[in-house]
Ligand binder design. Structure first.
Ligand code: G3I
Length: 402
């Protein structure tokens, strides 16, 4: 099997044009340098990326490290993306393939093509496979909440739909998917329960029921609660109350997922510290489940990741359509270093750090909250080449195994 550096050189060589040739020279020198020095750098004094050590190796003593993957990557249509994933990551989450509207689009019809491809990819490459997500208010077809005449389902009928879905989907991947985001985004920003169709149709014990069904379907699977903006105290406190209620009901929550769709200045490391401490005190683990850092100017108010949010398109909202300026690349690298330093500091409670995407070109942030922007939130660029942020992240690794 070829080394990561060998693969990366081959990938670079496939990119056409003089920039590619320059980049390859740069990468070759970086690898030569990496061979005789540690990849560690001080985040405030960044060197060019070395990419000498895969992320999964660098953080092996801290947590597993992964990415949300798409259909093209797991089916092999995106060869370059698939190679980067297997080289860098040891856990995968499906960006969309296991969402209700994909897997269960109409009553009685399950569509397992994309999710089977996702799970097969993870099994083939010996990765920790995560299920995302069972019960969410978004990307759920309307039929789920209605009877054949379009009337809202009552509690018992809706619970039966929920149970069928969870038993079927979790049951299919029993023993292969290690853990499930059982309920996604059940909380408002103030920490109260979001008035979703699940909440309205079943009542506030819908979360308990979802966890019970998931446990019944695969007693060995880890079960997670997953949400965004948990670093803000009101929502964090709401999550603590929710988990305590689940624990009182006898439900075992393995971990809380902090999505971590971050900005350059939010959340602060102090907010992360408080959040990890609060969750650790509950006796649960923590996963960073959807990490990215938005460098673009804010197009809407607030810090959430509600997929329904839409902003207005303007020239000011998409300032770098061709390339991210060096100064911003370095600022992003410093931001990522700060984040990983706090993740590493809490590695006793953090099991997994998953990026929401692989290369910048595939990120959801190119289309949210403003469609058609050019976003730069990840560690690899639009050609899947390492950014300086990769090096700054590697520099925070507690130990580098060679
Ligand atoms: O696949 C269809 C395509 O056939 C169609 O032509 C096109 C037209 O809009 O839509 C395509 O589907 C899109 C899908 O992504 C695949 O690209 C949907 O419109 C779009 O809504 C969907 O967005 C996803 C979003 O969740 C909603 O499910 C993003 O990719 C995905 O990154 C995002 O992920 C969520 C997490 O699940 C939960 N936390 C927040 C996170 C970011 O929003």
């Amino acid at each position: 099997m070829r080394s990561w550096s060998g693969r990366l050189i081959e990938i670079s060589a496939r990119v056409e044009g003089s920039f590619a040739a320059l980049r390859m020279t740069h990468l070759l020198s970086a690898f030569a340098l990496a061979a005789c020095s540690s990849p560690r750098n001080v985040a405030g004094n960044l060197s060019e990326p070395t990419a000498a050590t895969p992320l999964k190796t660098a953080f092996a003593d801290a947590f597993v490290i992964g990415a949300a993957v798409n259909d093209r990557q797991v089916t092999g249509k995106d060869v370059r993306g698939a190679a980067l994933i297997t080289a860098q990551f040891n856990t995968v989450s499906p960006e969309n393939a296991l969402k209700w509207e994909w897997v269960h689009p109409s009553r009685g019809t399950y569509h397992f093509g994309p999710s089977d491809a996702f799970v097969d990819f993870g099994v083939k490459h010996n990765m920790t496979i995560i299920g995302h997500t069972l019960i969410w208010h978004s990307q759920v077809p309307r039929w789920v909440f209605e009877d054949a005449n379009g009337k809202p389902l009552g509690r018992d009928a809706l619970l039966a739909v929920m149970r069928d879905h969870i038993m079927t989907v979790v049951g299919r991947y029993k023993g292969r998917i290690k853990g499930w985001d059982v309920v996604n985004e059940a909380l408002n920003e103030d920490g109260t329960m979001r008035q979703t169709p699940w909440f309205k149709g079943i009542g506030d014990d819908y979360v308990v029921k979802a966890f019970e069904y998931a446990h019944e379907a695969d007693p060995s699977a880890e079960l997670y609660y997953n949400d965004y903006s948990l670093e803000n105290a009101p929502k964090r406190n709401g999550a603590v109350r929710l988990i305590q209620a689940l624990q009182r009901a006898g439900v075992k929550v393995a971990a809380i997922g902090s999505q971590s769709h971050d900005k350059m200045d939010w959340p602060t490391v102090v907010q992360y510290d408080s959040t990890f401490n609060a969750f650790a005190a509950l006796g649960v683990r923590v996963n960073i489940t959807e990490l990215d850092v938005d460098v673009l100017p804010p197009a809407v108010r607030g810090q959430g990741a509600d997929v329904a949010t839409r902003g207005a398109v303007s020239r000011a909202s998409n300032p770098w359509p061709a390339a991210l300026p060096d100064s911003m690349q370095r600022a992003l690298a410093r931001r990522y270093a700060d984040l990983f330093r706090v993740f590493v500091a809490h590695r006793d409670v953090i099991d997994r750090v998953t990026f929401w995407g692989v290369g910048d070109g595939d990120s959801w942030l190119n289309n949210w909250p403003v469609p058609g922007r050019t976003s730069y939130p990840l560690l690899f660029d639009r050609q899947d080449r390492p950014k300086v942020a990769l090096d700054s992240v590697l520099a925070t690794a507690p130990a580098v195994r060679r």
